[in-house]
Design a protein around this ligand. Sequence first.
Ligand code: FES
Ligand code: FE2
Length: 395
Amino acid sequence: MNADAKTVLATDHNGLTSLTPSLPSRHYYDAGQYQRELEKIWYRHWLYACHAREVLGARMFRTVEIGTQRVVIVRGDDGVLRAFHNTCRHRGAALCTESEGRLQSGHLVCPYHAWSYNLAGDLVRATSRHLPEGFDKAALGLYPVAVREWAGFVFVCLSPEPPPFERSFTDGSVTRLDGWPMQDLVVAHTLVKNMRCNWKVFWENYNECLHCPSVHPGLSKLVPIFSRALMEERDDPEWAANRASGDPRFNDPKYRGGLREGATTWSRDGISRVAGFALPPEDREAGHVYITILPTMFIAAHVDYVRTVRLRPLGPEETELRVEFLSTPEILADPAFDLASVVEFTSEVMLEDAGVAELNQQGLRSIAHEVGVLMPEEYAVYNFQRWVTSELSRP
Ligand code: FES
Ligand SMILES: [Fe+2]
């Protein structure tokens, strides 16, 4: 099997041109492999931590766990958002024991021996009658973690040398949502599920639609090209010939992609009954815009709400799925906006995906199944697996 990207990826459409192996099965449950992926991927990349509104005001904090690492994110009285390893410099106790809240004082105080740090991370008080000679308070500040806000979301990076933020975007377009009112959005509903699968299994499922007709019958009606097991027009090897033919049949969403005729959003009946966001016309037309930020999240943006999906590895065979539904306060207050329909429909799709991810994980455990194969439509799975492999090979 040839795994050379140049020869495997088709150039005239999205697809694989030759039989290509999947990743070895043990990469989805082996503890050593999982640890390598934490160290080389999860501890090196920008990770979605929380929505910016959760740490909007001074002294608001939030903790997040990534693998074995704990991070505290806190906004200082100076309005600056900072992040630190949630570890005291004395003997290493966890500092913040709550997952979120607002600090009473402008200090983080260790619950063990009460060392105290200001919100810039400086040690301001060490509890001992006599500070030993050579004790340098200035050198014992909290360990910093890189933090940044983008589009109303807070990201952290555990690496002392964070990669350029744009590099996390698989299509390279950190500006793709610039025309969207991202800063105005609030979280209206959250769905959390612990999936019994490796984190890569969920991403692989996200990267193909071969499963759509059988796993997502409802969604495949709303997005007709999914019923053909394709994600978009260019996934069809015949797409250029179809267009050139001038046959009006190929103008149908079943071939072109997008939502079914008359539908405007992802919900039970597909109809948005509110004015929606002021959007660039092509985004409104598309019915959904997807942004993928590896390894941590994807965003599905619709005309009247935005959905974020965050993954967090909890173990070799356990991954937390967190889905947030966001919109503007105006849309959420509009009685014509049916949040329940949006949540019900989309949660159904997410749980269908979580279900097959767990099935996938179960089968991968077979001692007979050392490796799988990728079908031509699984080009994005291939690209994801290449990304994982190349990240693991970095020094
Ligand atoms: S471990 Fe924090 S004060 Fe002792
Ligand atoms: Fe799916």
